[in-house]
Write a protein that binds this ligand. Structure first.
Ligand SMILES: NC(=O)c1ccc[n+]([C@@H]2O[C@H](COP(=O)([O-])OP(=O)(O)OC[C@H]3O[C@@H](n4cnc5c(N)ncnc54)[C@H](O)[C@@H]3O)[C@@H](O)[C@H]2O)c1
Ligand SMILES: O=C(O)C(=O)C[C@@H](O)[C@H](O)[C@H](O)COP(=O)(O)O
Ligand SMILES: [Zn+2]
Length: 370
């Protein structure tokens, strides 16, 4: 199966996203023309290092590129100040210069942290994303949102810093645990819900085979998702308008992640899945769409084995007022007021102001009830 390429069109900062099998083996050849000094620093996590780092190092060796590697602990807790400052100090110790390259090899945690480290190191060095989870391939490696979490909320510390190249090697998804694959699927489904009803229908038909490992279906889903994200980012790089659509499900999802301590109790894509279901429930309650739409979303999530209600989260959650307080740190808040991504139907999302918080409370209460 040949690789595909999507370009994120941002003028002088445009970059290609390559999607296909075997791309890590070809990484050295792809990167060599981009470095004068032939020196890179690789940030990864301990699990990914054990599975895929050797292959990347061999490919870089073959292209005459010297490399240093740092593997951070796997998991969302790494995306905070302690591991971030460790990574930046390490890059400084390794004497990574302005014209060198930082490579993020891993999922969204490593991509977000390494991208932010590259953004601030010597006031900005270039970086390459080699995403190894479904979530990172379809979403976090593209678009330049980088950063870390604060105890008060997700991604509250960060910068927009676009990568120079993204290599999404579909083969690496074969080693991804099922739960992490499904978490990434939450973001894949989000694209259908926010702007492409036909793609959502395709997912309803093909989602189970995609999860079972069909490589051709996976490549199609990744390329389609990346193209949708690239189009939105090209229109609105820094989220003044349309880009907020990519936040469908995140006002709820991020609050739930903070409420569960950024832990294994709720992965990011699981929070997005519940958040999308809640956003559709809220849309129906506000009379924006019929009840059939949220029912269809919830049915698909259940068919895929993803959570859709608060009661599906295997953890005690704080009360509704605490969740609403956590939502108050959302980056879409304007003049102290929450904005939500709601929908007039599947594929018809929009940014909503002045949402009735009584309706939000009712939706949260219903989603908790057995
Ligand atoms: N910047 C953005 O636009 C953006 C978009 C979406 C999500 N995010 C962020 O991404 C993060 C979630 O990313 P994630 O789901 O990739 O989590 P992750 O990076 O924690 O990876 C999930 C798990 O999979 C393991 N793993 C990674 N690749 C593997 C592979 N090929 N085989 C086996 N195991 C592998 C990791 O070690 C980890 O344990 C969140 O912090 C979220 O906020 C950012
Ligand atoms: O790229 C975007 O824009 C997104 O909103 C994609 C989201 O899936 C992602 O989780 C993002 O990090 C959330 O952004 P935030 O600004 O709400 O932290
Ligand atoms: Zn997300």
């Amino acid at each position: 199966m040949p690789a595909e390429e999507v370009t994120v069109q941002l003028g002088r900062r445009s970059y290609p996203v390559r999607i296909g099998p075997g791309l890590i083996d070809g990484a050295g050849a792809a990167i060599a023309p981009m470095t004068q000094r032939k020196r890179v620093a690789i940030l990864t996590d301990e699990s990914v290092a054990g599975l895929h780092l050797d292959r990347l190092c061999r490919s870089l060796d073959g292209a005459g590129i010297t490399h240093a590697e740092l593997a951070l602990p796997a998991g969302e807790k790494t995306k905070g100040w302690p591991e971030f400052s460790r990574a930046v100090e390490w890059l400084i110790d390794e004497k990574i210069e302005r014209r060198d390259l930082v490579i993020a090899l891993g999922g969204g945690v490593i991509g977000d942290l390494a991208g932010f480290a590259a953004a601030v190191l010597r006031r900005g060095v270039r970086f390459i994303q080699i995403p190894t989870t479904l979530l990172a391939q379809v979403d976090s490696s593209v678009g330049g949102k980088t950063g870390i979490n604060s105890a008060s909320g997700k991604n509250l510390i960060g910068a927009f810093h676009q990568p120079t190249l993204v290599l999404a090697d579909i083969d690496v998804l074969k080693t991804l645990p099922k739960r992490d694959f499904l978490s990434g699927y939450g973001e894949v489904m989000k694209y259908g819900l926010l702007g492409d009803a036909k793609f959502f229908g395709w997912l309803e038909k093909n989602g189970p085979d995609l999860a079972a490992g069909d490589t051709a279906l996976r490549q199609y889903a990744v390329a389609h998702s990346v193209q949708m994200k690239a189009d939105i980012v090209a229109r609105d790089e820094t989220e003044e308008g349309d880009r907020a659509l990519l936040n469908l499900g995140h006002t709820f999802g991020h609050a739930l992640e903070a409420a569960t301590g950024y832990s294994e109790r709720l992965l990011h894509g699981e929070g997005v899945a519940v958040g999308c279901a809640l956003a559709f429930e809220l849309s129906a309650r506000l009379g924006l769409c019929s009840q059939e739409e949220p029912s269809r979303v919830a049915a698909h999530l259940a068919a895929m084995g993803l959570p859709s209600r608060l009661r599906d989260i295997p953890a005690e959650l704080p009360d509704d007022e605490s969740l609403i307080r956590l939502m108050g740190q959302d980056k879409k808040v304007r003049d102290g007021k929450l904005r939500f991504i709601l929908a007039r139907g599947i594929g018809k999302a929009f940014v909503a102001e002045d949402v009735d918080m009584g309706a939000v409370r009712q939706v949260l209460a219903e989603s908790r009830a057995a």
